[in-house]
Design a protein around this ligand. Sequence first.
Ligand SMILES: Cc1ncc(COP(=O)(O)O)c(C=O)c1O
Length: 351
Amino acid sequence: MLARFRKNIEAMSGYVPGEQPQGGAYIKLNTNENPYPPSPRVVAAVKKAAGSALRLYPEPMGRDVRALAASIYGLAPNNVLVGNGSDELLSIIVRAFVGAGDRVLYPEPTYTLYDTLVAIQEGVKAALPYAADFSLPEQFFTEKAALTFVCNPNSPSGTLLPVSDIERLARSSGGAVVVDEAYIDFSDANATAIPLLKEFPNLIVLRTFSKSFSLAGVRVGLALAPEEIIAGLVKIKDSYNVNRLSQIAAAAALGDLPWMERSVGRIQRSRKRLIGGLKKLGFHVYPSQANFVLARRQGQNLRGLYEELKRRKILVRYFDQPGLEDCLRITVGAPAEVRALLDRLAAIIKG
Ligand SMILES: Cc1ncc(COP(=O)(O)O)c(C=O)c1O
């Protein structure tokens, strides 16, 4: 082949997203989407905007989203960067802070996209295992790294670290610290690291519209950080990274927070029922503060159970990686979806 990939690209396998079957045949509990629709205000605003203005480029910085987000989170617009999903922001951040040989620290298991992004940059993955209860091992606070990731609540465990851990890390890491808060709206406690942004010049908080705002299809995320960090990230982003319709959708969603809060409340109630049902079926379930749960059958490979569920038209997430083969990650669906999952699981297990 004439076109030669860089060696690290050749060697890496690439991120594998959860299955996205097109069509409605499955109960989809595998990629942590929201079972409820976005605010009707979002749909109305997008329909209204889907006109001749689409010939024009979008506002480069997502000005309206930026201003609204800043006022909601108690920040200035210069503390906000709007991205094409938080995945784009993760990619921009890794490109900004990680060169060949730079260490990137994170506790595992966690969101595996971090691995891919570090490999693209030829960075050095310096991952440490979570403790058995998904707390941070003490060693985590003594390591130095160019960039540290903490996913909070964590995926796939759903567990939440206290803000005091984030504060300790921001002090100890010696580099940039990213708190990926994709799922924080689903936590019962107010555990966001946003108030720390005023104190720590190296801290970045990531949010997404994909989960609590039911907008995975429009791809919008936010990076919240001190002004100097945002200014550096802006140098890297594409000029028009968030399209017109997505900006309109995100701004409308921020204009209807009660809609998001209602849907979060329903999911929190379903989460309780899902956890209770799974425990009755003999699973160990980690205390989730997200819109999914990690359910374990100690020492039993659950690939077969995942496949049985798929045959019965329910998709959940099975991770073929060491330490997670005896787990399934299950998104909290609407009540009828939770019931269907528990019924079919019971039928298979008691089979
Ligand atoms: C921990 C975590 N961070 C980020 C993302 C990406 O979110 P987005 O849809 O905003 O790119 C996900 C998506 O599943 C996630 O689980």
